[in-house]
Design a protein around this ligand. Structure first.
Ligand SMILES: Nc1ncnc2c1ncn2[C@@H]1O[C@H](COP(=O)(O)OP(=O)(O)OP(=O)(O)O)[C@@H](O)[C@H]1O
Ligand code: SF4
Ligand SMILES: [Mg+2]
Length: 360
């Protein structure tokens, strides 16, 4: 698989086996939204039982269609949403939600948002934008200018003094995104949580920003969780990939495991529509209604749209009843190729962990 953004594959290594720096443990996030079928307010289960670990120096890509819960999970990892159930752990300790705890947490775990124009104040210079986080967290520091310049430089805006007094409209889209990244780096965080970090950029600058994220991982040992609907981006940047469907991680593993040898029918369908997926099968168009987190189907949540169930393959493998009646077990978040699918678990012994047991 290749993409227009290809900055070169990172080496997926032992990082994934280190003690996680950031974890979601059995996290659920529900919103009151719309109306329930029987009357009253509905509940959108935006994140519905997710375990996910990010190891030190590791980049994990969270991929899936629009509305599957990527942003909600990213915001929950940042402490911006509070889980309805489950918890967030930083270096093994549960995140606490008192404002002083959150302030010190945000020092170490920083957010890079999707839209640089939206996240930069048009009336603030680059200096004012980048220094803001520093002042919020540390007050006015004596070495403020030096730290802002170092952050700009690390974000690839060199020489930094050339950019300090510029306004967002005087910068290119790529430079604006670098300013946003500098604003995150100025606090010397250990983890970046990036939500669609290149979605609003031209193809020509997307590769540059991805290369920057890889350099930050390699040079500073930064960890990152990158939420994206773009599998090419995941391929280019991530050590591991988590595929999310309707609030759950349905497949998890290294980039090679998940994107070169996908086991979940949903991952296979997502990949099949890419021109050079290498799967050797034609595009699989998903049938059925787009998923609605207010009405999560029984059994496997993907079953109303699953091509393996629709084609009779699941029946032939003897798992069709389980597909419609038994919710596959929630996947563990650590290393190893895992898949939440009865058919995949029955299909090939040894290829994936047997995690598709009952989760009723
Ligand atoms: N504050 C909220 N109130 C009610 N529902 C919400 C809220 N935030 C998110 N949702 C719902 O939760 C689900 C997951 O949304 P989320 O934004 O996390 O998805 P996403 O994967 O980031 O999508 P996209 O790729 O479009 O950014 C959606 O159905 C969304 O409508
Ligand atoms: S468990 Fe069944 S319905 Fe769900 S993805 Fe696997 S084959 Fe399809
Ligand atoms: Mg989103």
């Amino acid at each position: 698989m290749s993409t227009d953004t290809a900055p070169g594959r990172p080496g997926a290594g032992p990082r994934a086996r280190a003690v996680p720096i950031l974890s979601a443990e059995s996290v659920e996030v529900a919103f009151t939204a719309g109306f329930a079928p029987g009357g009253g307010r509905g509940t959108a289960r935006a994140v519905d039982g997710v375990h996910l670990d990010v190891a030190p120096g590791e980049i994990v890509a969270l991929v899936g269609e629009s509305g599957c819960g990527k942003t909600t999970l990213a915001r929950t990892l940042l402490g911006l949403e509070r889980p309805t159930r489950g918890r967030i752990l930083f270096e093994g300790a549960p995140l606490r939600y008192r404002s002083r705890d959150l302030r010190s947490y945000r020092h170490r775990v920083q957010f890079v948002q999707q839209d640089p124009m939206g996240s930069l104040n048009p009336r603030r210079t680059v200096y004012e934008s980048v220094v803001e986080g520093l002042r919020i967290h540390e007050g006015t520091a004596v070495d403020e200018l030096e730290r802002v310049e170092r952050a700009l430089s690390r974000a690839g805006l060199r020489p930094p003094e050339r950019f300090l007094s510029r306004y967002p409209h005087e910068l290119s889209g790529g430079q604006r995104q670098r300013v946003v990244i500098a604003g995150a780096l100025v606090l010397d965080p250990e983890v970046l949580v990036a939500d669609e970090p290149v979605a609003s950029l031209d193809a020509s600058v997307r590769g540059e920003i991805l290369r920057l994220l890889l350099r930050l991982r390699d040079g500073l040992g930064l960890s990152a969780l990158v939420a994206t609907h773009d599998l090419g981006l995941a391929w280019n940047i991530a050590d591991r990939v988590a595929v999310m469907y309707l609030g759950r991680v349905v497949e998890l593993g290294t980039v090679e495991e998940v994107l070169s040898a996908p086991a979940h029918p949903y991952t296979r369908a997502l990949l099949s529509v890419l021109p050079d997926s290498g799967l050797g099968e034609g595009p699989v168009l998903l049938s059925g209604e787009p998923p609605d987190p207010k009405q999560v189907p029984s059994g496997c949540r993907f079953h109303p749209r699953c091509p393996v169930l629709a084609s009779g393959e699941a029946e032939r493998a003897g798992v069709a009843d389980r597909c419609v009646g038994v919710d596959p077990a929630i996947l563990g978040g650590g290393a190893g190729h895992r898949v939440a699918c009865h058919w995949a678990a029955a299909d090939e012994s040894g290829r994936v962990d047997e995690e598709a047991a009952s989760n009723r």
